[in-house]
Each structure stands twice: as structure tokens, then as C-alpha cells.
Write a new protein. Sequence first.
Length: 448
Amino acid sequence: MKTKIDIFKVSIWESLLKLSWPIILANIFQAVYNITDTYFLGKLGSIEIAAPTISWPLIFIFISISGGFSMAGSSMVAQYTGMKRKELAEKSAAQTILTVTLISIITMLFGLFFSKSMLYYIGARDLTLEYSLKYFNIILISTPFLFFFEVNTAILRGWGNTFTPLILRFFSITLNIILDPIFIFVFKMGVEGAAIATLISKIIFSLYLMYEMFTGKYGFKIHLKDLKFDLRYIKKILLIGLPTSFGQSVTAMGFAIIMKVVSKFGTNVVTAYGIGNRVTNLIVMVSMGISGATSIMIGQFIGSNNKNKAIETLKKASILTFFSVFILSFFLFLYGKNVTSFFINEIEVINTGKIYFSMVSLSLPFFATMSIFLAAMNGTGHTVQTTIINLTRLWIIRIPLIKLMADYYGFIGIFYAMIISNILAMLLAYGFLKTDKWKIRLVKEYEN
């Protein structure tokens, strides 16, 4: 089966669909795993669900660091591919892997040293702190393997191969789902068991992907000769990757602060919030898939100086995303209570979950459309703009609103703030697009 899509030989609609469906499925597999994990832990009780829920904002901080440099690698590979300079695409990929490997080790050690303090700061106490700490520390050990897996799949996507990352993620998550009940129930390890299952699957498939990338099985090869630090490439990787890593990390810190506000309303609200986030993420995965395809296509079109195709891609992706997510969100709006009751039988959690879905689902189409606007900027390496938008959405709009509205409306105020911030952020992103700076490619200095 052909795994690389040549966007210069097929229509934009065909390219969007062929590139996005593997990303969507891969993301859905991840979301399904998160939901399955929640389902298994829900059989043990609300504290077991609350532990990974509270840990998640901190985990997201470390994932964000990887995500920024993965975005840099993907953007550079996409633009060099558009230039028909495969040798430069492969070298930029190797340099990205070197950078990410070093950063992942530093990140893991830092996280392990400060894990308890960070969990305590965001509101974990007593049993929740005990369970969260066990879960978080095991996940931190998997950080280098997670970073390596994510950066290599991002590189393959930038080249135009979204199918291989889908297959690898599918088998990784399938193994994780198989191991989950074994470690949680059979070995009676509870929350720790869920984390160990994740660690094992990440180790196995990151090592497998490492082997395949160095042998060039997928048509894109990492060469040993390129695994020497080249300051020209490192500078460009940092230029593109640091703003995104910084922005996403600070965004994750913002979510940690939000979790601190949520935790003040008790375990039931934390549990409902966790279930709600994991389910709505399933819908967001659709927009993330389309935005991933959009980023690849715009990166390659701008790399080849075909700006009209890039603009057309942006318009069609925005329309497709808004209406797809609207249909799925409407389902959650109608059946939020049933969805929550699938995971847990505690009536207070179910009622809170119903409120969450009936409110937050309304803003998802706007958030999804914003992700397409950001993808256009990320695809050409203009990550400073996307960082500004993300930080504004969270730190200038959402967090102040949450603190203010939670005081007046209780936990429902948190949901109001989420709706308002998503809509305003979409409008802000649209304003940035109108400046047309995203149409300028950043890797032209290495053409010759």
C-alpha cells in the first residue's frame, strides 16, 4: 500500500481526506484508550479517576515540550519536501531527533525531582496525592520514549506519510488496552498498573520505530552521518520549536491552575470534569486530524511557492472542520448524561457531567476552527503567532474568567469561561491570518 501522499498530483479535497483520516483515527485511538483507561479506573472509584485527571495538566506540560519540537521537525520536513530537497528533509529530521532526545532526558529528571511539589500545588491531597504521585512518576519515566515516538511520527507526517503513524499508534494503544486490565485488576496494582501498562507499550513501540527509521523502511531514512549537531539546523529547530514548546508548556501550566480551581469543588466535580475532557477530546481529535493534514499541505505548498493552493486548503479545511465538529458536538449536547453514566454510577458526578456536556459542547466547533487557523501558521513555521494566540486564550481570557465566574456561579462558571475563551480565541486567530505573514516560508535560506 502506498503510504506517502503527493499533494501536487491530486485535488485539495482528496489530499485533505487522505492525509487527515489516518491522523484522525490515530488520535481517536488515543482518545479511546484514555476513555478505556477511565472506564477501568472508574470501576475502582472516583479517587482512582481523579488521580490521573489531576496529573494530566502536569503530564501535558512535558508532552508540550515534545510537541513544540515535533512541530518544528514536521514543518521543516514539509517545506523541504515541497522544495524537492529530500536530503535536507532527512538531515533536518535527524537534527530534530538529536535535540529532542537531549531535552527529553532533562525533562524526565526535572519532573521526577519536583513531582510531589507540583501535584500538591495544583490541589492533590491525601489519597488523591498518594495515587497521583505513583501514576505521575511512572509516566515521567516513559518521557524519553514518548518524545522519540512523537517526534518521529511527526517527521513522517511532514513528509506526507500519515498512514504509518496510524498503524504504529494503533498497535501501541491496542497493547496498552490489553495490558491495562491485567495490571489494574489481575495484578491488583490499580492506578500504578495503568501507568505501567503505558510505560511498557511506549518502550516497545518507540524502539521499534527507531529501528525502522534508521533502516529507511518507510522511504524516509535517518542517516548516522546526520547525527552530529549542526548549528544551522539546531538554530532553525529552536526558532520554530521553542515558541511552540514554551507556549504549549505555559498553556499546560494554565490548565494546572484551572485544575486547582476545579479541585476546590471536590472529587465529584474533578471526576466529572475529567470524564468530560476525555470525551470532548474524542471530538477534538477530528479537528486535530484535519489540522494536521492542513499543516502538512500548507507547509508543502508554501515550500513550493504555491500560495493560492495554500489559501484554498485553508478555506476548505475550515469548512470541513466546523461542520464535522458541530454535528458531533450536538450529540453530546443531547446525550451528555448518558455518556457520563457509562463511566461511573455516582449520581452527583453524572449530574455534573450532564451540565458540562450541555455547555462546553457548544464551543467545540469554534475551538476546532481555531485549530485549523493555527495549523496554517504552524505549517510554515510561524509558531510565535500561534503561541501568542494560545497564551491569550488561556492566560488573558480563560483563567481570569474562571477565577471570576467560579466565585459568582460556582463550578458552572468554569464552563462559561471555557465557552467564551474558545469563541474569542477563534476570532483572534482569524485576525492573525489576515496579516498574511503565515504565507512566508522560513527554510528558503537552505535551498542551495
